[in-house]
Design a protein around this ligand. Structure first.
Ligand code: 26Q
Length: 822
């Protein structure tokens, strides 16, 4: 038996071959695998050769990790997610192998600049935002803390769209990240599974006419083909697998149709299969309900479960032990269809009865909820569900019958409560509630911050929580310090090593030792120099991409995240407009120079979000072009915010904007990245901000605005935004400037509806929080004017947020949910 906690392996990288040997390896790959000679190699060829050289080194570790898990009969974790927002992998892999400097030298000796070729690696943007990036951080942390884990998802040919700003408007362009091939992945043609859709269900009876089992005869079938990407943990402790499925036709060309002259029809199946892994749905907070989305969900859930069962069966020969050897985790409800799919496989394919299958299912699955927004909660119309997945519909009904029986048996629930527990929503059109399905099919349901988990218990899952008390638990999100400190902020990492030694490299919470240096003037100087260098790097990016000059000595105030009304970019823009007005009216005052940077994508169908982007750009144009501002305020919208952009923007920030309407941001993870890189937070008591404040202390964060319970009270107590606006001269002025066309002279009505929405309803409490926000910003200015004070607070932020490491989060999942050693 292995002990519950893993032996700590010594903190050392794998042997370093030295730059000469590595250079020889790269040349070998360039010649024999890329087929190029140094004289004709393009930068892309060098990139490919460098990736393949490090990939070769990964393979031994990969194979041995897989072998060990098998031989030791270790329990495996399967993380099912429709999104993995991994970004670039080369720096990650080299850095976790401890080969960063070696490869730099090796390439330099060949006349190649590492940074130049690193910039050519496309971002793997197989995710929208927080949820997808969390999955990527978790994969890296699971490898780091030595958990045998597989990620399962879809190999989208087109990931998150590329955002261009044309005339201030967002324009979406396809992201073709696979254009130059993908040197990281291994295609596994032999790992292919059939996935069915539609058709009908037959019942098979035995000789006595008793129902024996159901057989689903799908009307369509596609193949899911596996592509594996190795995931390297810190110090290459372990290498895990991210397995992404691609859709392929069972019959590439239907020859009979082709021969009958129906050339288009012959390709129909091929196109349908292709569509499954064609594109990531770019909406992160709205459930659109397209059939293709449900198909994608089932496609990857089914393929993953078939793969998992096949692996388990080949190792153990039976399925009763599945919950002891496999923990399957559902990243939100997107893979919730896996619950009835596992039931179907256990019952219809492997002959189990309902009760056994249900027991195994519940002990195998865990589910994480990432949102409480009603419009983001997944539910599917029963007719669509039934047509696409007839057998699963039957199983959902059977599961529902069982759950409602249990609920009624307690005698504690009235009809209304029973209706809320039901997997089927009955008012209006009948829909399958995926959240309820994931809940009842799992032994653990977790939220992603303390506040969010608390609200889950009180709101969406109140009745299910009462029926199954103890199932809901909290796992506050985290971020990997390898990517979000060591790689993206080499300067701060080096400074910390110089000050406190290397312990924090293996245990990020040890970065707390920096706390004492907040009072050390010499250290503060060095810290400020690092921050300054990171701001220069960011200013160069802005100059290169936008031709806008920003001054690195100004306060860099950054809001980067998906554009959504609840995240309140509008509040930030309104404050910029109000500040602009103040600077013009009071030129004599001692204004602290500020650059407000924005970045983020709007879902293509989200009208107001796109309008907010346009507003940010309109406001930027006017403010940046007004000589009366004398450079005291600049506004910049950085296009196409993505993981690689974040890696430059996080380290270059002084101020982190985390200003969502309290109760609406489940956790946030950008908030953690900023703080770890030495930005101070201005924010509401929402999501993980609450816990960040607890750790950094009230003096080192700027908290303002309504709390979650106050938002709820205001909403139910006849909130009148018009009166609030009229009571705030600054806000009134800013709104009338916007609605009178100051920022849209050619189209003065452009923002009419956006502004009137604030007067008439203001669901997101922008008006209610405006004055408190503006006042908090003036406090920020006051602290900023004293660089010693500011830097001391920034240092304390770095020192005190090590707890928000995804290693800590993953260890909690391992202990409380998955029951695996870590
Ligand atoms: C659902 C159905 C149909 C189509 C799309 C979707 C969909 C896709 C993505 C719904 C939601 C998402 C993404 C949600 C998300 O990113 N949530 C964020 O998760 C982070 C990690 O837990 C939190 O930190 C953020 O607070 C939360 O907003």
């Amino acid at each position: 038996m292995k002990s519950a906690t893993k032996d700590k392996t010594p903190a050392a990288f794998p042997p370093n071959p030295g730059s000469e040997a590595l250079a020889a390896e790269i040349l070998e790959v360039l010649k024999y695998r890329v087929g190029k000679d140094t004289t004709v190699a393009t930068p892309y060829d060098w990139l490919t050769a460098s990736i393949k050289a490090v990939r070769d080194r990964i393979i031994d570790h990969w194979i041995s990790a897989t072998k060990e898990a098998y031989e030791q009969q270790e329990k495996r974790v399967y993380y099912l997610s429709l999104e993995f927002l991994i970004g670039r992998l080369m720096r990650d892999a080299f850095s976790n192998f401890g080969l960063m400097n070696t490869v730099r030298e090796a390439l330099a000796s060949l006349g190649v600049d590492f940074d130049v070729i690193a910039a050519l690696e496309p971002d793997a943007a197989l995710g929208n935002g927080g949820l997808g990036r969390l999955a990527a951080c978790f994969m890296e942390s699971m490898a780091t803390v030595d958990i045998p884990a597989h990620g399962y998802g879809i190999r989208y040919a087109n990931g998150m769209f590329r955002q261009e700003i044309q005339d201030g408007w967002q324009v979406e362009l396809p992201e073709t990240w696979l254009d130059h091939g993908n040197s990281w992945e291994f295609e596994r043609r032999e790992r292919a599974f059939e996935v069915g859709f539609g058709g009908s269900v037959e019942s098979v009876t035995d000789k006595e006419g008793r129902l024996e089992r159901h057989i689903w005869k799908p009307g369509e079938r596609v193949l899911a083909v596996a592509y594996d990407t190795p995931v390297v943990g810190w110090r290459a402790n372990r290498v895990n697998t991210l397995r992404l499925w691609s859709g392929m036709p069972v019959d590439p060309i239907l020859l009979d149709k082709f021969n009958a002259g129906d050339h288009i029809g012959a390709l129909a199946e091929s196109n349908k299969a292709d569509a499954l892994s064609r594109v990531l749905y770019p909406a992160d907070s709205h459930m659109a309900g397209q059939e293709l989305r449900l198909r994608q969900e089932y496609f990857f859930s089914s393929a993953s479960l078939q793969d998992i069962l096949q692996r388990h069966l080949s190792q153990y020969g039976e399925l009763e032990s599945l919950p002891d050897k496999a923990a399957i985790h559902l990243n939100d409800t997107h893979p919730a269809i896996a619950v009835p799919e596992l039931m179907r496989l256990l019952m219809d394919v492997h002959g189990m009865d309902f009760d056994r299958a249900w027991s195994i299912t519940g002990r195998t699955f865990g589910y994480t909820n990432h949102t409480l927004l009603p419009e983001a909660l997944e539910s599917w119309p029963v007719p669509l569900f039934e047509r696409l997945l007839p057998r699963h519909m039957q199983l959902v009904y059977a599961i529902n019958a069982q759950v409602l029986l249990e609920a009624r048996a307690t005698g504690r629930f009235n009809d209304e409560q029973i209706a809320r527990i039901s997997l089927i929503q009955e008012n209006g059109d009948r829909r399958v509630r995926m959240g309820n399905l994931a809940f009842v099919g799992s032994h653990s349901i977790n939220g992603v911050s303390a506040l969010h988990t608390d609200l889950m218990k009180k709101t969406v899952f109140a009745d299910l929580h009462s029926l199954y008390p103890g199932r809901i638990n909290n796992k506050t999100n985290g971020i990997t310090p390898r990517r979000w400190l060591f790689q993206c902020n080499a300067g701060l990492t080096a400074l910390a090593r110089e000050a406190i030694g290397d312990r924090f490299l293996d245990d990020i919470e040890a970065i707390r030792d920096l706390d004492g240096f907040a009072g050390d003037a010499a250290f503060r100087e060095k810290f400020a120099a690092v921050k300054r260098a990171n701001k220069v790097r960011l200013a160069e990016l802005v100059a290169r991409r936008l031709g806008i000059r920003i001054d690195p000595s100004a306060l860099f105030d950054i809001q980067i995240k998906r554009i959504h009304e609840y995240k309140r970019q509008l509040l930030n823009i309104l404050e910029a407009v109000a500040l602009y007005d103040q600077i013009r009216s009071h030129p004599e005052r001692d204004w602290a120079p500020r650059v407000k940077l924005f970045g983020g994508k709007a879902a293509p169908s989200y009208h107001n979000a796109k309008l907010i982007i346009k507003l940010a750009n309109d406001v930027a144009r006017v403010i940046n072009g007004d000589p009366a501002v004398r450079g005291l305020l600049k506004v910049v919208f950085v296009p196409n915010y993505n993981v690689s952009g974040a890696e430059v923007m996080m380290p270059g920030a002084d101020l982190s904007e985390q200003i969502s309407t309290a109760g609406m941001e489940a956790s946030g993870t950008g908030n953690m990245k900023f703080a770890l890189n030495g930005a101070l937070t201005i924010g509401t008591l929402d999501g993980a901000n609450v816990e960040i404040r607890e750790r950094v202390g009230d003096d080192n964060i700027f908290i303002f605005g309504l709390k979650a319970n106050e938002v709820a009270e205001r909403r139910s107590g006849g909130y009148q935004p018009r009166a609030v606006i009229e009571g705030s001269p600054e806000l009134s002025q800013a709104l009338s400037a916007i609605s009178s066309g100051v920022f849209s002279p050619g189209d003065p009505d452009r923002y009419r509806d956006l502004v009137s929405g604030l007067y008439d309803s203001d669901w997101f409490m922008v008006a209610a929080d405006f004055d408190a926000y503006a006042a908090a910003q003036r406090t920020v200015d006051d602290v900023w004017r004293d660089p010693h004070d500011w830097n001391a607070r920034a240092i304390r932020n770095v020192a005190r947020v090590g707890w928000f490491s995804s290693d800590r989060t993953i260890r909690e999942y391992a202990k409380d949910i998955w029951n695996v050693p870590a």
